[in-house]
Design a protein. Sequence first.
Length: 144
Amino acid sequence: MNSDKSKTLMASIRLLNEKLHFEGNVEGNTPISIDYTPPLGDNLGYTSLELFLLSFSSCAGSAILVLLRKMNKIIDKFDITSVGQRKESHPTGFSSIAMQVNIKSKNLNADEMEKVIGMIDSICPVLSMLDKNINTTINFEIHE
């Protein structure tokens, strides 16, 4: 991996209409559609908060999987559902995020998973950047 890319990222967006519909791209990846809810937008893409929630979920998921694989855990199935509760007043960012991790593994126990959850904040950059007044919880369920 190019070390320069890991230190510097460049994102670009361009407006597609007279409202708030953008096309966004990060160096060489497939463009995505970003919009806002009506009446300001037309609901033609992800909102910025939706993208943030996906970013946090995939960052935490990647960290969990890297740690589990280092422990030689066999993961047959893995999914995450995250729910962000928005603040009532502006700016209406998240006040809390609850993440539910579901794993199917024959060689993983709850104590090992607790240990992994406790370690992800040191390797997930999105989690490390979260404002400390956003309450984050990560729960899990292991299926055999």
